[in-house]
Write a protein that binds this ligand. Structure first.
Ligand code: SAH
Length: 273
């Protein structure tokens, strides 16, 4: 698609240090581009198709650099709020949060803001800090299997998939489950399993789980989720209606130790009948 002759890219701003320094991939790609002399304005202009192709690539790369920049800023803020787990922070630097927004919901750029974002069907993707904070509370190991209740956009699922062995996720809205499964497949996550169903029942066939994360709020902790938790495992779950609390439950020697953490506001956990 791109003309092959000599010279350097016609568009000087591509070498703006702002994005060559901050993004290793773009930097090396563009340097190769120039060193291999695979871009030439003259030949591009003589060949309008290659010129258009080149512009398309420049546009896509500019957008990609912008999202990388937004992600790094987002993670800086999450770190400032007190999240320390390096595996979680690294995952959040790489997972493209905007890919998970169903079309026609929010603008791509908005999803990197410090707030929850609408994903359609009256549901929201959690604020980046809450995603990181809940994940950190689970104290996951790379060999752990996790259950998520409330797949939603699939973003939280992707973060979990980066840091543990397998993620099982249950979503009550079929369209959201399909959307998340599609995005995760396109991004090549092979350790994620999603099903449409009622999260109150968990996913007993695949348990017990070392971690369970619930991203919608039940009125009390569902009994079946506690039963599907492995000994030594943790559940993080927002509980309540108007006045919600994020609870951490730790199972040790069959006993549950409950800790109340932050006040939060999650969408309700729906009872499917
Ligand atoms: N973790 C999600 C946040 C989703 S919001 C993300 O990163 O995008 C909470 C989700 O819980 C919604 O998608 C909602 O449809 C789902 N939900 C509500 N009640 C549920 C239930 N009983 N079982 C499974 N999912 C449920």
């Amino acid at each position: 698609m791109i003309a092959v002759v000599q010279g350097s890219p016609p568009v000087g701003f591509l070498f703006n240090p702002h994005f060559t320094i901050r993004n290793g991939f773009i930097h090396s790609f563009l340097v190769n581009f120039r060193q291999n002399k695979i871009w030439n304005l003259k030949s591009s202009i003589e060949n309008p198709r290659s010129f258009r192709g080149g512009l398309f690539i420049i546009g896509a790369m500019t957008k990609m650099a912008d999202f990388t920049e937004r992600r790094l800023r987002m993670v800086r803020q999450v770190r400032e709020y007190g999240v320390k787990n390096t595996a979680i922070l690294a995952a959040m630097e790489t997972v493209p949060r905007h890919f998970f927004m169903p079309r026609g919901t929010e603008s791509d750029a908005a999803v990197y803001g410090d707030h929850p974002t609408q994903i359609g069907f009256g549901q929201t993707i959690s604020q980046p800090f809450i995603v990181a904070y809940m994940t950190e509370l689970l104290k996951l190991e790379p060999s752990d299997t996790v259950l998520e209740i409330g797949t939603g956009s699939g973003y939280q699922t992707a973060i979990l998939a980066c840091i543990c062995r397998d993620v099982y996720s249950v979503e009550v809205v079929p369209q959201l489950a399909d959307h998340a499964a599609n995005v995760l497949e396109k991004l090549n996550y092979s350790n994620v399993y999603i099903k449409t169903g009622d999260g109150y029942a968990g996913w007993s066939e695949e348990g017990p789980y070392q971690g369970i994360i619930v991203t919608c709020a039940p009125e009390s902790v569902p009994r079946q989720l506690i039963d599907q938790l492995a000994d030594g495992g943790r559940i993080v779950v927002p509980v309540g209606t108007a006045d919600q609390r994020l609870l951490l439950l730790h199972k040790t020697n069959g006993k549950i130790i409950e800790t109340s953490t932050l006040p939060v506001r999650f969408v309700p956990m729906i009872h499917k009948d």
